[in-house]
Ligand binder design. Sequence first.
Ligand SMILES: [Zn+2]
Ligand SMILES: [Zn+2]
Length: 251
Amino acid sequence: MEITFLGTGVAIPQKGRVQSGVLVGLEEKPLLLDCGSGVLNRVFEAGVRHTDIDTVLLSHLHLDHVADLLCLLKANWLMDKTDMRIYGPEGTEEWFSKLLGLYEYMLEKVEVEVIELSPGEEFTPEGFDCEVSCAASVHSVPTLAYRLMSGEGEIVYSGDTEPCRDVLDLAVEADLLIHECSFPTGTEVTNHTTPSTLSDLLEEYRDEIGSICLTHFYPEMQGHEKETIYRLKRYFEGEIILAEDLMKLEL
Ligand SMILES: [Zn+2]
Ligand SMILES: [Zn+2]
């Protein structure tokens, strides 16, 4: 399993980080987790053919996680790849039909299947030899964390969330937890994670999760990299990694 961080930033622009997107290379083909603005170009920069991507798991519908989805669909259609499956939380179907409805010329030309998921659901995405399960993250809108389980390894992607047991429980015995870390320690914030709020909960999971890779950084996180790793290391035995755009991890 090869994990490519396409976008590790947020809704506020910053140098070197586009919005959220993680590409998981499985034996069969790549599977995309979120598709924020800038992600489609990163697919190209990562050396991946966008037409190979026809399965997208959305954590939630905030723009910084979905803005390039229609752009991907259009790019694929222009290259004669017209089918796509989009998995997402409650509300994804209505959101997508309204969005596509604004582009009538595309409506007839693409075949998109939208599958809404509830926390706790397990499924196998069509065309893949892997199991996916999901849990509810704690965010301002319905948000899902995903666990991907294949013969090559197991990873969890938190989406946007406050640190919460549902997500950390989902990550028990996973090789890698990709967890958001929006702001540095000391920031008072709800619906998102800081190193201090994560470490409060993480201690209970100190040897139960393989490694943690942090992503979804606001510009405020710049300059706080070392202290973030240092703080989390006190509560967690595995490796702590900070994601960069186009960084790859191999399981
Ligand atoms: Zn969000
Ligand atoms: Zn976000």
